[in-house]
Design a protein around this ligand. Structure first.
Ligand code: 26W
Length: 824
């Protein structure tokens, strides 16, 4: 227990809160305060918060019901929520109360909050975006439900062993989940496989099933409060359970093996989140997960609608909108057709007319290996009835396509739902939704001009550009309280809900007193991260060095490789060039990244970062001028620390490949200066801060495109021949100087850059962009030393980050697509 400050007196509210917490410890754990473990204190706090949310929930529910408002269902395979205690306390406007009370009890809120396991139900950008969106929706009083799977294991825990990534299960539910409320009474059945039998009754086609495998989908609801807002929304997590446990029918009828199969299916379906990001593997279990989430959610949505509005299905588009977060929940579309036709008795045209006014779809990536396509035979086996529906959808789609592009066989194939023995999920969406959007301006342009061009030409009005955003409540108020307070004190409160107000900071960019305070906060955050690194990496880093951070999933297109090669170059130059060494300003390079477990090359890059770190960090000759740190198990909670401590934010993807990026926005908001390509939302960051406050380098998207259209190997050879620095670093990959005596370990990395996988060298333009990157890095090192100018740049980044609030993003979605009315 920390030392108790006996001089402070609690307010009445705080006394009451203190009693609530002690009461929870007594009643929930049967312990007195003195016996309670910190984990129990955490749980007790969480339970008191939950009580407060629940009270609001009951009221909010009544209001939403009374107003009969239109609702949004945001379907996503990922919700990367992170921890909820501080978010909830902040959103209830009770941070100070909890801080004081916990201090009075001998604890600290921030330490207690660290005991909560991250809800890591997502891979990266797409999942974290969903979490930011639900916070903004609620803050803006818009009625919405997030819907996802209650994975027993979230994204794997990364452990670095001898420099290599290893994967351990993420047992996030080990101490239970204080935020969820199980709703077994709302469980629904989801059936897979079997045979579809059609027959006619009174002139209507009827469908029945035999031999199907059924599991039970049980909802767990997590109520969510917005920041200083009235309503409560919820995140609904569906967990799978054995239906045979509830319904002994199969056992009793003697179908023992089927009952066992169902039990097995139930035990695996919601077991684990697939760790592939931007890459599909076509695994049958993943397809089953997709149908599980989608079918359970659709049954629930339609039942709710019917209980309120009766069977007037034509009203559905006025009352609900369903958002499909990338193509993973696409089966919701044929599933709604199925329910409306097979169970509610609508004919095709009426059902189709409804469905095509209910769904909207966001695309989050243009990487071709991420575009979901399923083998037709697998799809038919898992969801035979949906397959039949897709056949009919495809037949009608092809009529429309033929009318627009007569005789164009190539387009027909490219645009079809079913072609080349595959089911295209993107085309299923494009054939059905009333709105499609990209996640930044550039990304949307690429959708319109390139991958979705043929659909765009048929109906331009349904395409929208909506740039991503982040919730400022988590990404500054919670993670950087000192900076938040400084901003409050300088421009007044209000900017957390009205982010444009942040611009008022711009006029303090060159104010000496403000600069001093702003810089002191950055410096304190850097010390906090230095402590973390000392504890976890056992490496001492210098808080006065430039903190240059690249944290995100590991992928070739994100070009961590370029970053490492450049570090090797700097290291070599310090060793060989005394003048360079003398002028070199100390730098700490920090990486954090998980690689998909099956993505070998990405895992090799992690090994390379760690090995380069070992080589440099332990080399006395360079006098601690460079440190290279790999942060293990990067995730939401670690990101919350890192974004506050960065001087330089690395956003260096190959132009045209990063749909938006959102980490870039988190760093910007907390005052890091970006080094980046003209990619994704970087383009808009550049527009916001202006060229003096961001470092842009490298090929533009159209230039990358032009190079990808031809075999550019001569260009690569030429770079190799003329850039001695780069050549030196590349050779070190294969001459055993990084991992002593092993010349093979990084051979693949060397080969892919210089010779390519299919004879096509340097697909991600690492070598082509290298020289410009190097020059820009050198400029940054120089500019950083002009402290006044540099701090002004940092302040300008915070000041101009308002546009990237997810509140703005959500307002745009609402104006352009959802059309919900805020609850009064
Ligand atoms: C099926 C395998 C799979 C899994 C995840 C394919 C694709 C994905 C996601 C769409 C990948 C993803 O997270 N994309 C990121 O989405 C963010 C939010 O819009 C963007 O900011 C990132 O640029 C984009 O890479």
């Amino acid at each position: 227990m920390a030392g108790k400050d006996t001089t402070k007196k609690l307010t009445q509210t705080q006394e009451a809160l203190k009693n609530e917490i002690i009461g929870k410890i007594n009643r929930h754990f049967g312990k007195v305060l003195e016996e309670a473990t910190p984990q129990m204190v955490y749980a007790a706090c969480a339970l008191t918060v939950r009580d407060k949310i629940m009270e609001k929930w009951a009221k909010s529910h009544r209001e939403v019901k009374k107003e009969g408002s239109k609702k949004l269902y945001y379907l996503s395979f990922e919700f990367l929520m992170g921890r909820l205690l501080c978010t909830n306390v902040l959103n209830l406007m009770q941070t100070a109360d909890y801080e004081e009370v916990l201090e009075d009890l001998g604890y600290s809120l921030s330490d207690i909050a660290e005991l909560e396991n991250d809800a890591g139900l997502g891979n990266g950008g797409l999942g974290r975006l969903a979490a930011c969106f639900i916070d903004s929706l609620t803050t803006l009083d818009l009625p919405a439900y997030g819907c996802t799977i209650r994975y027993e294991y979230g994204l794997f825990r990364q452990k670095i062993v001898d420099g290599f990534q290893t994967e351990l299960p993420d047992t996030w539910l080990e101490h239970g989940n204080a935020w969820e409320v199980a709703r077994p009474e709302e469980a629904v059945k989801v059936s897979f496989g079997g045979d579809v039998n059609t027959y006619w009754e009174n002139g209507k086609m009827k469908v029945s099933y035999s031999n199907e495998r059924t599991v039970l989908a049980v909802p767990y609801d997590v109520p969510l409060c917005g920041y200083d807002s009235k309503i409560i929304n919820k995140l609904r997590l569906w967990g799978a359970q054995s239906a045979s446990d509830f319904n002994m029918h199969a056992f009793n009828s003697g179908d023992y093996s089927r009952a066992i199969e169902e039990k097995e299916l139930a035990s695996v379906i919601s077991k684990v989140l697939y760790p592939e990001d931007n890459h599909t593997e076509g695994k049958e279990l993943r397809l089953k997960q997709q149908y599980f989430l989608v079918s359970a959610t659709l049954q629930w949505i339609l039942k709710e609608f019917e209980s309120r509005n009766g069977a007037d299905w034509s009203k559905l588009p006025d009352k609900i909108v369903i958002h499909i977060n990338d193509t993973h929940p696409t089966m919701a579309i044929p599933e709604m057709m199925r329910i409306l036709m097979d169970e509610k008795g609508l004919d095709w045209d009426d059902a189709w007319n409804i469905v095509t006014h209910v769904f909207a779809y966001t695309n989050h990536t243009v990487m071709s290996e991420a575009l979901e396509k399923w083998p037709q035979d697998m799809f038919r086996r898992v969801v035979p009835r949906l397959y039949m529906i897709l056949e009919e959808m495809n037949r009608r789609l092809m009529e429309r396509v033929e009318a627009f592009y007569p005789g164009d066989k190539g387009k027909h194939d490219y645009m079809a739902i079913l072609s080349n023995n595959q089911v295209s999920m993107a085309n299923t969406c494009l054939a059905s939704v009333f709105a499609v959007n990209g996640v930044s301006k550039l990304h949307t342009d690429i959708l319109k001009q390139d991958i979705f061009r043929d659909y765009y030409m048929m109906d331009k009005d349904r395409f929208h550009a909506i740039t991503n955003g982040i919730t400022f409540r988590r990404w500054i108020a919670n993670c950087n309280p000192a900076l938040t307070k400084l901003i409050d004190d300088t421009i007044g409160k209000g900017w957390l809900k009205d982010a444009d107000k942040l611009q008022k900071l711009a006029k303090f960019a060159n104010d000496a007193t403000f600069q001093k305070k702003y810089d002191a906060i950055k410096r304190a955050n850097k010390e906090m991260v230095a402590d973390y690194i000392l504890e976890h990496n056992k490496v001492k880093i210098n808080p006065d060095s430039i903190f240059d951070i690249q944290c995100k999933r590991l992928h070739e297109y994100k070009r961590q490789m370029m970053n490492v090669l450049h570090i090797i170059v700097e290291y070599n130059r310090i060793l060989t060039d005394a003048e360079y060494a003398k002028n070199y300003y100390p730098k700490t390079y920090i990486f954090g990244a998980k690689a998909a477990p099956g993505y070998k090359r990405a895992k090799t890059i992690i090994k390379l970062i760690n090995s380069v770190g070992d080589m440099i960090n332990n080399d006395a000759r360079i006098n601690d001028k460079i440190k290279v740190i790999f942060i293990e198990n990067y995730g939401v909670s670690i990101a919350e620390k890192l974004v506050t401590a960065a001087d330089v934010s690395e956003q260096i993807s190959t132009a045209g490949k990063e749909a938006s990026g959102t980490g870039n926005m988190k760093f910007m908001l907390n005052g890091a200066v970006t080094i980046g390509t003209m990619d994704g939302a970087n383009v808009e960051m550049y527009e916001q801060v202006g060229e003096d406050n961001i470092y842009i380098f490298g090929l533009r998207a159209d230039e990358v495109d032009a190079r990808l259209r031809i075999m550019g190997n001569d260009e690569v050879k030429n770079i190799y021949a003329t850039n001695a620095y780069l050549r030196g670093a590349l050779e070190q990959l294969i001459n055993g100087s990084i991992v002593k005596s092993n010349t093979n370990i990084f051979m693949d990395l060397y080969n892919t850059l210089l010779f390519g996988d299919y004879g096509y060298a340097d697909t991600y333009m690492v070598l082509r962009d290298f020289e410009d990157y190097m020059r820009t890095q050198e400029q940054i090192s120089k500019d950083y030393q002009d402290r006044k100018t540099w701090i002004a740049k940092q302040i300008m980044n915070t000041a101009m980050a308002g546009f990237f609030s997810s509140d703005r993003t959500i307002k745009e979605y609402n104006d352009k697509i959802w059309r919900l009315t805020p609850i009064k």
